[in-house]
Design a protein around this ligand. Structure first.
Ligand SMILES: Nc1ccn([C@@H]2O[C@H](COP(=O)(O)OP(=O)(O)OP(=O)(O)O)[C@@H](O)[C@H]2O)c(=O)n1
Ligand SMILES: C[C@](O)(CO)[C@H](O)COP(=O)(O)O
Length: 250
């Protein structure tokens, strides 16, 4: 039973430099719709979500207003982002109404999270003040010196590739952001700010399909995953087993 009002912060104020589209990758289309629309829709559909803040770059705000209007997303507020992802999330947290005491941060650039995985994440994180989705790494990971020489091979069993969603009690997340900005500390995700303050962060198993769309190959892969899901749902109940389903690992 989930009683806390849940607010979602979607940082979408990046520039998408590694995508090389020449504009914010959030507006690139997947199955005919902007990536950001896929991301927002998931949270609009969840009955556990009361409020969604989409954080956009100042120049993109009118496009986001139009997108929200077009899709009739009625839980969404829009706010202006900052230079780094962390600045954008901080602004998003401040924009949530004071009734929101539990916050999920999810990248606009992770449009493939499913409602099933999101709700499983909520179930599994209920008792934690801070928790993140992550997946085991599949490659051997080496730490490398700037000269290119290997320093060490890390113990793979203990390594995780971190995703969003990340969920926090509001007071802790707000405090971590406040302390970090005061100290000039920057991390690439929100959990790292809590780690920096010494708070425990719980890891919950994520999904291999919950990719972050960062470079052009990711866009191609995201499109394939969505097409496969569509095919899967249209053949459900017809007795058709897709090859991928039998090989899929979470
Ligand atoms: N100042 C920033 C930078 C990033 N983000 C958001 O944080 C998420 C993860 O960032 P990333 O994938 O790195 O996106 P970009 O910063 O847009 O990409 P790049 O680093 O290639 O420019 C994205 O949804 C992005 O829009 C943000 O809200 N504000
Ligand atoms: C938060 C994040 O999605 C975890 O993987 C990621 O760190 C943000 O992406 P960035 O490319 O480091 O900004």
């Amino acid at each position: 039973m989930r009683l806390a009002k849940l607010g979602i912060v979607i940082p979408a104020a990046g520039q998408g430099k590694r995508m090389g589209a020449g504009y914010n990758k959030q507006f690139l289309t997947l199955m005919g719709e902007p990536m950001l629309a896929h991301t927002v829709r998931l949270f609009e559909q969840s009955s556990y979500v009361s409020e969604i803040v989409v954080v956009g770059a100042e120049a993109d705000v009118p496009i986001i207003v139009e997108l929200v209007h077009h899709h009739k997303f009625d839980k969404v507020k829009i706010c202006k982002g900052g230079v780094q992802r962390q600045d954008s999330v901080r602004a998003g947290v401040q924009a949530l109404s004071s009734a929101i005491q539990r916050i999920v941060v999810h990248d606009g650039a992770r449009p493939l999270l499913t409602l099933e995985d999101f709700h499983r994440f909520l179930d599994e994180t209920e008792k934690f003040k801070a928790a993140i989705m992550a997946i085991p790494v599949k490659d051997t990971i080496k730490q490398v010196h700037e000269t290119g020489k290997v320093i060490a091979t890390l113990t793979r069993e203990r390594l995780r590739a971190v995703q969003t969603p990340q969920i926090f009690d509001r007071a802790i997340l707000a405090e971590a952001h406040y302390q970090a900005v005061s100290a000039g500390y920057y991390g690439t995700d929100d959990a790292s700010l809590l780690e920096w303050m010494g708070y425990p962060v719980q890891v919950i198993e994520g999904s291999q399909e919950n990719i972050k769309v960062t470079t052009p190959e990711d866009l191609w892969l995201a499109e394939r995953i969505l097409a496969m899901r569509e095919a899967r749902s249209s053949t459900r109940g017809v007795g058709c087993t897709m090859e991928y389903e039998t090989r899929s690992t979470r």
